[in-house]
Design a protein. Structure first.
Length: 297
């Protein structure tokens, strides 16, 4: 996975990209909910005709100073379930840790702030000692009967990256369904851009994203590459982490962690060209090793 994980990359939006990645009219939940409902309507045909086999839209864009990704999806969970699932940093940790490169996630309260700290390795086979850390401040923007939004933010990251913003917002739909918008953005400097270009020219040269760009001479789909391909791969990985957490809420608590690992891996295997990095046995062994290492004595 290389630099895609090094930059914790997440996936064009129907509205102009916002550099700060915050929900529209974040100070007004009613206005933000209305905007998200309008986005749901605007994406109606794309959701209905999604190539992912489910109502899901995955897009990517480059900002003047960084990258931004967006995933929009309809899920078969009530808004109340979504709010309950992601209302604390600890629950975010339980969701994000399924990503193969996330080797540790710790939630804590620091100086009156809720913080979750991710330890991320550049490749899945690197030891935890080689991980870099990303401390995200957690903030509940809105928890309303018809709209919810939470934000994770980090001022700085590796290789000069900065201003990380992760936002999950959702609105209630009919029949106990929910429309989710999962968004991710960060800024980068010259060092990060050069490192990304070097990765894409070498180890990442065969990596592709999900946007079709035409046909190759062989007749196969020519998938998007480069920085947008990088963003799209991790956008999907992280959305699937959120989705796996929701999908396993009804599993007995003693089996939820293993169920999430299985659900996430099986979901990524639906897209082997873009997402396959490791075999199932190795993935599960790594995750169980991480759990054993960080278990209380």
């Amino acid at each position: 996975m290389g630099l895609a994980s090094l930059l914790f990359g997440m996936a064009i939006t129907p509205e102009p990209a916002r550099a700060d990645n915050s929900p529209p009219a974040a100070a007004s939940p009613a206005a933000a909910a209305q905007t998200l409902h309008q986005t749901h309507q605007a994406l109606g045909s794309r959701l209905a005709e999604s190539p992912f086999g489910r109502p899901l839209v995955l897009d990517s864009t480059e900002l003047p100073e960084g990258l931004k990704g967006d995933v929009y999806a309809i899920v078969d969970h009530s808004l109340q379930e979504v709010e309950e699932a992601f209302k604390t940093p600890a629950r975010w940790c339980e969701a994000l840790i399924v990503h193969v490169n996330n080797r540790r996630c710790q939630a804590a309260s620091e100086q009156g702030r809720d913080v979750l700290t991710l330890s991320v390795v550049r490749r899945y086979d690197k030891p935890i000692e080689d991980a870099f850390t990303l401390p995200f401040t957690y903030r509940a923007i809105a928890m309303q009967p018809d709209y919810m939004a939470v934000e994770l933010s980090a001022d700085s990251g590796p290789l000069g990256t900065r201003n990380y913003r992760v936002v999950l917002e959702a609105v209630r739909l009919r029949n106990a369904r929910t429309f989710l918008h999962f968004s991710y953005a960060y800024e980068h400097n010259l060092m990060a851009r050069l490192a990304t270009q070097a990765y894409l020219a070498t180890f990442g040269s065969e990596k592709v994203g999900f946007t079709p760009m035409g046909r190759l001479p062989s007749g196969e789909t020519d998938w998007i590459r480069g920085t947008r391909g990088l963003v799209e791969r991790n956008a999907m990985r992280y959305f699937l982490a959120v989705d796996a957490y929701l999908a396993t809420l009804a599993v007995p608590s003693s089996r939820q962690r293993d169920a999430r690992l299985q659900a996430w891996y099986e979901a990524t295997e639906q897209y082997p060209r873009q997402l396959r990095e490791v075999d199932r046995a190795t993935y599960l062994a790594l995750k169980r090793e991480d759990r054993a290492r960080d278990a209380p004595p």
